[in-house]
Write a protein that binds this ligand. Structure first.
Ligand SMILES: Cc1cc2nc3c(=O)[nH]c(=O)nc-3n(C[C@H](O)[C@H](O)[C@H](O)COP(=O)(O)OP(=O)(O)OC[C@H]3O[C@@H](n4cnc5c(N)ncnc54)[C@H](O)[C@@H]3O)c2cc1C
Length: 439
């Protein structure tokens, strides 16, 4: 029988805040699933029965023991900025809001140990004050939490140099199991693979240890090109240039830049662009390189203005899609891995077939030590059938698609799912953690 939430529940829980009012529960049951018209239709009506908001690790433990006792499903929430409905409870129950666990516990040489609800923006700010910075972070870093990134994200700004979450960018985690007496696990090394990008299905993370890099003075530039192919090729050359330290290399096809309202006064209509964050002293090198590919560097934001005004990263990664969606809600997107040795051929094939139905946006990243032309193409959505026709066409020519229109965990293609399924049996024997997300 379903648990009957009543005013006494908070007292039963030892005073941990519990919210059952419709407005709070609805708000904290949703993430950015609506980026996908497919998910939007299927997840709109899903919501928890209650939100529990622990303020300490002891309260997390007590909340999990309570949920286990009453057989209530638990879906963990950081900031709720995920795009696949990962944080949406499919079977009701509890949303465990961990945004109150927001202490930066320790910053040492090359690492930060934080509670999982710490916002990455706050951590980056603090680390930079102390001469260090995050290696990688999502473009949502201002809101996104450390635990949410590790359990629901993949990579972002910095991935061009440091790779994705799986490339040594998580050093350790403290995880609670979902049992009668929840166990506190300290996870390190190879074992982390069963917790990275797990959607909270194999355990609840209360602490995370992230590596830090020495702080740099980052310059932001917009290079402009007549065609998108030149922009991507310039991107590759910049990505490969070991003499230029970098955080971001993002080629974007026109007309996507026309949706970037706050930048319209510094963009040339009709030009495809590459947004880059590179070392402060690299402008002459960027100018030479852009000229080699028939383009030029236009707008430059010098290092002194870093984070003091709008950042170019606010238009990259899945923010590119957001600007398109703001301009026209019929857009959606895909997540694609082009082949490093024939991405131009694949690009021509897809553009030839789909034209402006598929607007291109690449992110050059390092993945598993290889330079990869990853992409988040913006798609003009008509029907689900057509969307999957496009996905099939991509796959048929060797462009990998990490489908963002499903809530099912595929672990970003890292092959960790079998291990996760086993880990789930051990850590969550009743299957109460975010049920329905592991297929
Ligand atoms: C505009 C936009 C741009 C984005 N850009 C990027 C990007 O550059 N890179 C990227 O990787 N992602 C990106 N995302 C997706 C998302 O913002 C990030 O992955 C972000 O790090 C998620 O953090 P969060 O705190 O919002 O997590 P949430 O959405 O709250 O949670 C994500 C998943 O992790 C689980 N979870 C959260 N905290 C815990 C915990 N402590 N223990 C166990 N499970 C937990 C949740 O149940 C959920 O399944 C973008 C999204 C948007 C809307």
């Amino acid at each position: 029988m379903a648990y009957a939430w009543k005013p006494e529940t908070e007292a039963d829980l030892g005073g941990i805040p519990v919210y059952t009012d419709v407005q709070t529960v609805e708000k904290l049951s949703k993430d950015f699933y609506w980026y996908s018209p497919v998910l939007d239709k299927k997840l709109k009506e899903k919501r928890a029965d209650a939100v529990i908001a622990p303020r300490s690790e002891a309260e997390v433990e007590a909340a999990l023991a309570f949920a286990y006792r009453h057989r209530i499903p638990v879906t963990v929430r950081g900031a709720g900025t995920g795009n696949y409905g990962q944080a949406i409870p499919l079977e009701g129950g509890i949303v465990l809001d961990l945004s109150g666990l927001d202490a930066i516990l320790e910053i040492g040489p090359g690492f930060a140990r934080v509670q999982s609800g710490v916002r990455l923006g706050a951590l980056e700010k603090k680390a930079r004050e102390e001469g260090q910075e995050l290696r990688i972070y999502p473009s949502t870093y201002a809101k996104a939490t450390a635990g949410g990134f590790v359990c629901g994200g993949s990579g972002g700004v910095g991935s061009i140099t440091w790779g994705n979450l799986w490339d040594g960018n998580v050093l350790g985690a403290t995880v609670y199991t979902m049992e009668e007496q929840p166990r506190r696990l300290t996870v390190e090394g190879a074992d982390l693979i069963e917790y990275i990008h797990n959607y909270g299905t194999t355990g609840v993370m209360t602490e995370v240890v992230l590596p830090l890099a020495p702080r740099r003075d980052w310059m932001q530039t917009i290079a402009e090109f007549d065609g998108f192919e030149s922009a991507v090729c310039f991107g590759e050359a910049l990505a490969r240039d070991g003499s230029v330290p970098k955080r971001l290399v993002t080629p974007i096809e026109w007309p996507l830049p026309s949706f970037f309202k706050p930048l319209l006064n510094v963009l040339t209509p009709g030009k495809s662009v590459v947004f880059a964050e590179t070392d402060g002293g690299s402008l002459p090198r960027l100018e030479r390189l852009a000229a080699e590919f028939g383009g030029g560097v236009g707008h430059v934001i010098p290092p002194e203005k870093y984070r003091k005004s709008i950042s170019l990263s606010d238009f990259t990664w899945n923010h590119t899609t957001l600007w398109a969606l703001k301009a026209d809600p019929s857009y959606t997107y895909l997540q694609a891995g082009f082949a490093p040795d024939r991405y131009l051929e694949q690009l021509r094939d897809l553009k030839g077939r789909f034209g402006d139905e598929l607007l291109m946006h690449f992110e050059w990243v390092l993945g598993g030590g290889r330079l990869l032309p990853n992409a988040l193409p913006v798609v003009r959505f008509t029907t689900e059938e057509r969307l999957y026709e496009i996905i099939s066409a991509c796959r048929a020519i060797g462009v990998e698609i990490y489908d963002p229109h499903t809530w099912l965990l595929d672990n970003g293609g890292r092959g960790a799912l079998p291990g996760m399924r086993m880990r789930k049996k051990l850590n969550d024997p009743l299957g109460l953690l975010n049920p329905g997300k592991i297929g």
